[in-house]
Write a protein that binds this ligand. Sequence first.
Ligand code: ATP
Length: 372
Amino acid sequence: MAEVRLVNVWKQFGDFTAVKDMNLHVKDGEFMILLGPSGCGKTTTLRMISGLEEPTKGQIYIGDKLVADPEKGIFVPPKDRDIAMVFQSYALYPHMTVYDNIAFPLKLRKVPKEEIDERVKEVAEMLGLTELLKRKPRELSGGQRQRVALGRAIVRKPHVFLMDEPLSNLDAKLRVKMRAELKRLQKQLGVTTIYVTHDQVEAMTMGDRIAVINAGVLQQVGTPEEVYDKPANTFVAGFIGSPPMNFMDATVTEDGYADFGEFRLKLLPDQVEVLEERNLIGKEVIFGIRPEDLYDAMFAQVKVPGENMVTAMVEIIENLGNEKIVHLSVGDVTFLGSFRSESKVEEGQEIDVVFDMRKIHIFEKGTGKAVF
Ligand code: ATP
């Protein structure tokens, strides 16, 4: 097993910088997710760890071994990095049986036949493929093929797994099942895993920690709870969570309110204290609150008009069965609420909305960095 470290890693394609000064420490045995929108540099980062791409600058370590450092002229090729990769398009050999597909990496390494047999059977058992070993890939379902691809990666007992959206070709139901299976398998094997996805649900459910990337820049690394509850900036706050966090321009008043022009909300004493320390009294900030932290006043326990409650117009309701996404407005200020399904709100109606002030976030106006 091994940890993986990226130290001040850059990747340039001509004038274009795909990865900017990335520092990332993946711990031994950890399931680390690289999460971000399309084109943010996730795959490029993974390819540099695998050795399919050389960094322009910086160092990459796998275990104690320095595997890439262009300044020192060090570049260890993929086959000598003791990693196994699983991609979105898991090219199985169509003319080979499941058994031979899984056995292939061991044959390449000239592992003795008896040992190959033992390891293929062990992996097949682990992945529920024992009954399918004689079949060819075309005789398998998508999920079974994906498990064969995983089997081929696992069988070598690598120090690190690198996975690039390995579940994205599966249908929604199978994806949910494979998510749980993959997570269980990773824990069972204890192999350090770096997993690329743009799917935040996959990231939240599978990762021990998530590295959120935007435009080639690492934004935050943390457990799913940390990136959800304590986002480092407006990008992370807006990217994780569905429907996304509401952002509203506000001014922090001398008497401790967030003033939105159309209405105000009373900040809690410890929040005012932090804003004072940060010299933000009288300044413009970005106020953030997740839709699930807004309530139909009918269901709220603590409601004080002018402090945590405001009358808002219900513009649109999206009924999702288990909850209602309610589009609300107070004059020019608009926001979403995620209400429980029992809520009786109707479009075109004015209702009282309660903000859970303990759950709010404040971000700096220019940088988008979180104050709290
Ligand atoms: P996706 O989720 O869409 O796969 P990603 O986050 O994995 O995106 P990358 O594949 O890492 O993104 O690409 C990052 C950026 O680098 C993109 O803007 C891409 O166009 C660019 N890029 C990637 N490979 C090359 C290359 N070989 N030459 C030039 N630009 C490249």
